[in-house]
Design a protein around this ligand. Structure first.
Ligand code: AMP
Length: 222
């Protein structure tokens, strides 16, 4: 079974707009694991205007990927130092390349906490344009909304804090094209990698979020 003793160690795979950031909080609520979104971590570096943030922003806006070493180091730091990760983890946006997947497996093998599930959220590219161009996010929490499909209670404001929502600078049709090309070329091969290691499963993420969530629970044997 994927979830043992109520802990969960899993990866969420899927193209931009597949719903990883929407489903991750459900998994966190149910299993108490930590949610590690490498995109959110990078955006936090950007808002703090760190050296890494300044360099990362250019790459992110161009739809490219940050170096494997930097990303692996980031995840390693969180898994080792973030107390919330003691009850497991939901990785969202990581790994994004085969070397990242291999380094993650090596790191987890060393700690004797192997990955239990790599869940692919499958959606056709055509559906993603509308999802991404209408997306609004609350930067501090990573909560995301959609202008039409999942609007906030008050337009432009986060439901929980009332703080302003923003549109990500890479959430436009042009950048999305590049992000999708990067996904198919560099990230999709990970599906085969996890099929070989035996932890892969997939759900149809073109459905509404409630149905996606119930399919995820089924995949986890819940
Ligand atoms: P996301 O919020 O997951 O869509 O990530 C936004 C952007 O951050 C991506 O388009 C990449 O430029 C960068 N990024 C996030 N995670 C990774 C990763 N694991 N490896 C390389 N680049 C990443």
């Amino acid at each position: 079974m994927a979830a043992e003793n109520d802990t969960l160690r899993m990866v969420l795979l899927g193209p931009p707009g597949a719903g990883k950031g929407t489903q991750a909080p459900n998994l966190v609520n149910k299993f108490g694991a930590c949610h590690l979104s490498t995109g959110d971590m990078l955006r936090s570096q950007i808002s703090k205007k760190t050296e890494l943030g300044l360099q990362a922003k250019k790459i992110m806006d161009a739809g490219g990927l940050i170096s494997d070493d930097i990303m692996v180091g980031m995840i390693k730091g969180e898994l080792e130092n973030n107390p919330a990760c003691k009850k497991g983890f939901i990785l969202d946006g990581f790994p994004r390349t085969i070397p990242q997947a291999e380094k993650l497996d090596a790191m987890l093998a060393e700690k004797n906490i192997p990955l239990q599930k790599a869940l692919e959220l499958k959606v056709d590219d055509e559906l993603l344009v509308a999802r991404i161009t209408g997306r609004l996010v609350h930067p501090a929490s990573g909560r995301s909304y959609h202008k039409l499909f999942n609007p906030p209670k008050v337009p432009g404001k986060d439901d929980v804090t009332g703080e302003p929502l923003v549109q990500r600078s890479d959430d436009n049709a042009d950048a999305l094209k590049k992000r999708l090309a990067t996904y198919h070329k560099q990230t999709e091969p990970i599906v085969k990698y996890y099929q070989k290691t035996g932890v892969w499963a997939a759900v149809d993420a073109s459905q509404n979020p409630k149905n996606v969530w119930s399919d995820i629970l089924k995949c986890l044997g819940q």
